[in-house]
Design a protein around this ligand. Sequence first.
Ligand code: PFF
Length: 453
Amino acid sequence: MSNERAQFVTRIGAIAATVGSAVGLGNIWRFPYEAGKNGGGAFLLIYIGCVLLVGIPVVVSEFIIGRGTHKNVAGALKQLAPGTKWHWMSYMGILASLMILSFYSVVCGWIIEYLFQAVSGNLSGHSAQDYTNMFNAFVANPWRTVMWTVLFLCINFLVLRRGIKKGIEKVANFMMPVLFVILLVFIAYALTLPGATKGLKFLFFPDFSHLSPKVAIGAMGQAFFSLSVGLSCLLTYASYFKDSDSLAKNATIVAVLDTLVAILSGIMIFPVVFSFGMEPEAGPKLVFEILPNIFQQLPCAYLWSVMFFLLLFFASITSTISMSEISITFMVEEHQLSRKKATLLNTGIGIAFGTLCALSFSVLSDFTIFGKTIFDLFDFVSSNILLPLGGVFFAWFVGWYVDKKFVDNELTNHGTTKVSIWRRPLFFCIRYFAPIAIIIIFLYGLGLFDTFL
Ligand code: PFF
């Protein structure tokens, strides 16, 4: 069975695809601001600690299950826990992936709109207020936002339809190096600007007075979303890894590169923001209002804005293809759908729920559930509830449930790779530290600590 199944052709391709999944909007528009606001270098230390002690152990757990079975999430759990109901946990990951796909695609739609505007030269020659008005008017336009969401999901479909080697791996092999090059070109320029020192200080200066349990827990949540762990996305990609790939090494490379891109994004953004006397921000305001306004004041304005939105597009589509792959592989292997049909179904679901998320900023802005618009609800439920629960499950499953021999065989490639000295600490984190830490994030995400922290 594993012989007929698709695999990533090269190890570099497998890593590019996995890093592509991890590097996304979480790195570029959320991490730099969180770091700067919450103690700079001090936050960074805590973030790196979270990646090492919680992130990598769960990444390795998902890799072990995926590569060890070469199956989709439900198939893998059925094989490792036969005759039990543990495979039901796979539905949680699939649900999370569809929810994230829905709201993420809306933002990707905005990115295409701005890429389109940048290419047609419409992003220059405006006042700061114009950019704010432009963005507010755009998101309030139901037709335009839905149209771009649908268009984005169609592009996503076209990549996925071509399968693992010709679709996902090829796109990642092209987009990830280009993404790094664009990032480095931006940084080289940003560091020559007069505000560079102030920007770097904002990002790196360690201010321990900002630290609190709340900040530490926030860093853990960020590490989780950024590494794409907890919803079986990495499990599914690992099911396409070769048996000769070293799982611990792949996990480390992915975590290092993901963190590097997050830090580099800060080095790209803050010098520019401070050079123009602007206040740092996160999210849509930073990307769709502040930066376009700054770009138009730079020499070669056209080029900078096109490059920036291209960077965002590459970062986000390599993430959406990875989350879509979870349900596609599931439908193909568990329900015998053709890849084309499964991909169509995934896109259809994305379009239906993506439309609801897109309309959360216009006609459905007053429609709330538990005080949240559909967009916010999908974001909240997936990131704060389903991902942490999935993370605890994968760590527990590998640390306590799965046969030790199976886990050892995967980590050492059936005894052919040397067992590293990190094996013991890694196991300690998988069994104890990661599940406990994630349960804390989970409770925090539900607001249970609000009265204490
Ligand atoms: N890691 C991506 C980011 O940082 O934007 C988001 C993501 C991708 C989450 C894939 C979940 C996933 F399955």
